[in-house]
Design a protein around this ligand. Structure first.
Ligand code: C2G
Length: 129
């Protein structure tokens, strides 16, 4: 069985998120998703997500392509998470290209193209305007 792992916030869930997860899942037989905690979001983006960690988990867990979710507490702990979840492949969007190549000794590292012209920030701004 080939195990895939990926990470993200998945705030204001949109089709870009879904396509990334669907393509990630298609690379193997089991998809684990590390979901950023609210605290990690405040740290890395300077604002709390629109939807709480619990709500984002609920949405991700209900998807057919997602087998398992867990809390991503730190951006620097990818190696530990990959080993803990026995992942064969780490998938990230290509906005992270090159950033996790050092993990190639414990898993295959794949960067998939992002869906153009859709983002949580754009959705928030469009609704606000
Ligand atoms: N994504 C995509 N196309 C978009 C927007 C997002 O393919 N138009 C992908 C991202 O590349 C990422 C996933 O959807 O793989 C989740 O996106 P975010 O929630 O924006 O992830 P981010 O906040 O960058 O968190 O440890 C890594 C972080 O947790 C990533």
């Amino acid at each position: 069985m080939k195990r895939i792992i990926t990470f993200g916030t998945y705030d204001v869930f949109h089709v870009g998120h879904l396509r990334l997860l669907t393509r990630a899942r298609a690379l193997g037989d089991h998809l684990t998703v590390g979901i950023s905690t609210d605290e990690l979001n405040v740290d890395k983006k300077g604002r709390a997500p629109v939807f709480t960690y619990g709500e984002r988990c609920e949405i991700l867990s209900a998807l057919r392509v997602v087998d398992e979710v867990f809390a991503e507490h730190s951006l620097e702990a990818k190696r530990e998470y990959v080993l803990e979840h026995r992942a064969d492949v780490l998938v990230m969007g290509d906005d992270w290209v090159g950033r996790f190549d050092d993990l190639a000794d414990v898993c295959e590292v794949r960067y998939l193209p992002r869906t153009p012209a859709v983002s949580t920030t754009a959705v928030i701004e469009r609704i606000r305007d």
